[in-house]
Design a protein around this ligand. Structure first.
Ligand code: DQA
Length: 149
């Protein structure tokens, strides 16, 4: 553990492991490793620690979110397709009592109707949608600033 007191859990939901190859016209050409390393660089500048986790499995995401209780200061999450379907993921996020920032690479409000409902947005501090990979960094900065008070 470094001297930094702020730890942000970064959660990447299903299919985000395919970034770079998956519908690049929608999600861009950066891979998940590219995004994580740009978040690492941003975290150093912000003097925070980040802990990134990706899974295609709802239960694994929920387990990881529960583990953040009492340990992390906030959660940056792209819930992928679970955004639009998962009450259980929302409940887990809510249970942590932590500030949440929701990120989407694409602008979900400019896409299919079913993407315009998010189970997470109403419990989030804020949502970044449609700004591509940069959106993760913007979300991280906003979360760090919020945690700083
Ligand atoms: C996404 C948008 C979701 O609707 C989709 O299911 C994803 C990615 C995004 O980052 O734009 O998997 O969360």
């Amino acid at each position: 553990m470094s001297k930094s007191s702020k730890r942000i859990l970064v959660i990447h939901g299903p299919n985000l492991n395919l970034l770079g190859r998956r519908e690049p016209e929608v999600y861009g050409t950066q891979t998940l490793a590219d995004i994580d390393s740009s978040l690492d660089a941003a975290a150093k500048e912000l003097d925070i620690e980040i802990d990134a986790f990706q899974s295609n499995h709802e239960g694994e995401l929920i387990d990881r979110i529960q583990e953040a209780m009492g340990v992390a200061s906030g959660i940056l999450i792209n819930p992928g397709g679970f955004t639009h379907t998962s009450v259980a993921l929302r409940d887990a996020l809510l249970a942590t009592g932590l500030p949440i920032v929701e990120v989407h690479l694409s602008n979900v409000y400019a896409r299919e109707d079913f993407r315009q409902k998010s189970f997470v947005s109403a419990i989030a501090l804020g949502v970044v949608s449609g700004l591509g990979a940069d959106g993760y960094r913007f979300g991280l900065e906003a979360l760090a600033r919020h945690v700083d008070g």
